[in-house]
Write a protein that binds this ligand. Structure first.
Ligand SMILES: Nc1ncnc2c1ncn2[C@@H]1O[C@H](COP(=O)(O)OP(=O)(O)OP(=O)(O)O)[C@@H](O)[C@H]1O
Ligand SMILES: [Mg+2]
Length: 248
């Protein structure tokens, strides 16, 4: 199991959209199934945005908290997003989500880590290392800090990058769009590795609601090409890390 946490330093740069897009592109690109977990302490948006029900959700999973996290318990709390991707949604209310995560996050992080047959993309919303979702961030294999390459997002990014790097959380930068600042400049200023760019796509939600394209022609759209490329790069990093662990 690889756990990829996706979060932001500030503003709303596209964390949820990127998480959904990575989750949808994961299995077609890597051959391994993925689950999308919504763990945004400000409350969930997946259910409302993608026409899912309010249950099952993190609430139902937290009801099984005394039991070991198995793939079937996880799947029983998920809903199919765009008919394809199992998604564990958060309640829309931030206070409720934060309360649930305060006793579920550590167990969820440990439990996901033990599920060999599936990888997880976790939308952690704004990265707050003193929040309950921090357990999921500290337990991840890779944290993606998402930013739009704009001047006002640079200073919060630089501060957040410093904090996560000081805690030795493996972190990479993903830019949503490549204007007005070059993503390489954002990476240089924040001292993060630039994983890549998710294409700026004004109709991103409509595209994601349709799910991963069934035809080659639609997969050639820039949005899906950039998402597939990001998944390739994450997967290569995970495989290299696993290889290094075996060699050690
Ligand atoms: N790749 C993209 N290209 C263009 N617009 C995008 C892209 N990704 C997201 N957006 C837009 O940015 C806005 C915020 O997107 P999203 O909800 O994914 O961000 P977020 O960082 O999760 O926000 P929040 O902090 O509210 O959870 C939405 O209007 C969405 O359509
Ligand atoms: Mg979000």
């Amino acid at each position: 199991m690889s756990i990829i946490a996706v979060g932001s330093a500030k503003a709303s740069p596209g964390v949820t959209s990127l998480s959904v897009g990575l989750g949808q592109s994961w299995e077609p690109t890597t051959g391994r199934p993925a689950v999308l977990v919504e763990a945004d302490g400000d409350g969930g948006t997946l259910a409302a945005r993608f026409g899912l029900a309010s249950t099952p959700s993190l609430v139902e999973l937290s009801g099984t908290a005394r039991h070991e996290l198995t793939i079937s318990r996880l799947q029983a709390s998920c809903q199919p997003l765009a008919g394809q991707l199992p998604a564990l949604v958060a309640p829309g209310c931030g206070e409720t989500t934060t309360r649930i995560l305060s006793h579920l996050a550590k167990r969820l992080s440990d439990g996901l880590g033990h599920l060999d047959e599936i990888d997880a993309v976790i939308d952690v919303g704004r990265v707050r290392l003193d929040s309950p979702a921090a357990e999921l961030i500290k337990g991840c294999d890779l944290l993606l800090l998402v930013v739009q390459p704009r001047f006002e997002q640079l200073v919060p990014l630089v501060h957040q990058a410093r904090r996560v790097l000081s805690l030795e959380i493996p972190t990479a930068l993903v830019c949503v769009g490549d204007r007005p600042y070059p993503p390489t400049e954002m990476a240089k200023a924040s001292q993060l590795n630039l994983l890549g760019v998710m294409a700026h796509e004004p109709r991103v939600t409509e595209a994601l609601v349709g799910g991963f394209p069934a035809t080659q022609r639609h997969r050639r759209l820039l949005l899906w090409r950039t998402l597939t490329e990001l998944v390739h790069r994450i997967h290569s990093r995970m495989e290299a890390a696993a290889g290094n662990r075996e060699a050690a």
